[in-house]
Design a protein. Structure first.
Length: 256
């Protein structure tokens, strides 16, 4: 079955595909009247509407809703904070995987060793929608880009029940391995949000690591349950996007 984004009219039990989606339906896929498609509802209530096509043209397609499948969001919101890789293909691949693994948000931060200066969020947003349709997942990842740590820290201050996982390559006696026992501890704490910090190809600087580790001690977080764990990802070095997918995949098990 093919999946689309469209306007959903629950009163009339109809869905409408706009010109871009209709062109893909009618011209690219050559779907015909009577065939079934899935239409994603990506806001408010997450759902997929199984729809039978009533009319098909390159300008608009109309379908009749015959079934509704409700999707529940993950129990824990995972947020990936990452210094974006310079390679476009790797960056776009990362966005697609974040959608597939139902990350709540993908937050780009321009760190000191980050080579990339700008992010085309509009293009990445379109890629995330395409990935949602390919994976039959109505939960889109939220994309943000921060040019400085101070702005990002201020943004994070609004979250009062968060756990941060900091991955870095510096030696530290405080690093924790992601074991089944550790995951059970996280689950028992009933945390609402987990933030994963992944640095650029050259890693975070020492100063950046101290800023992230110092989050709970900042005035903005006074009297709030904020924990930062330095984590160990094994004996080998992982690429930026590999480390991200590794952690997102593990944490997804906590949300199901």
């Amino acid at each position: 079955m093919h999946y689309f984004i469209g306007k959903i009219d629950l009163e009339e039990k109809l869905v409408y595909l706009d010109k871009e989606e209709a062109h893909h339906c009618a011209i690219v896929l050559r779907l015909r009247v009577g065939e079934k498609i899935g239409v994603l509802q990506t806001s408010n209530e997450y759902a997929i509407y199984i729809t039978e096509l009533l009319s098909v043209s390159k300008n608009e397609c109309v379908g009749k809703i015959i079934e509704k499948k409700i999707f529940f969001p993950p129990k824990i919101n995972t947020h990936l904070i990452i210094s974006p890789p310079k390679n476009n293909e790797r960056l776009e691949w990362l966005v697609e995987k974040c959608v597939e693994l139902q990350a709540h948000s993908l937050i780009f931060i321009k760190s000191e060793r980050c080579i990339r200066k700008n992010i085309n969020l509009d293009r990445l947003s379109k890629l995330s929608i395409s990935a949602a349709k390919q994976s039959a997942n109505p939960i889109l990842v939220q994309l943000e880009f921060f040019q400085s740590f101070s702005n990002l820290i201020h943004h994070l201050s609004e979250n009062s029940n968060a756990h941060h996982l900091l991955a870095h390559c510096e030696k530290s006696e405080n690093k924790i391995s992601i074991t089944p026992e550790y995951l059970i501890q996280l689950q028992n704490k009933k945390i609402k949000d987990i933030f994963i910090w992944i640095g650029p190809e050259g890693d975070w600087t020492h100063e950046e690591i101290q800023i992230i580790k110092g989050i709970p001690k900042m005035d903005l977080f006074d009297k709030k349950e904020i924990i930062v764990d330095e984590i160990n990802l094994g004996s080998t070095r992982l690429r930026t996007e590999t480390a991200a997918i590794y952690l997102l995949s593990i944490l997804k098990s906590l949300s199901e």
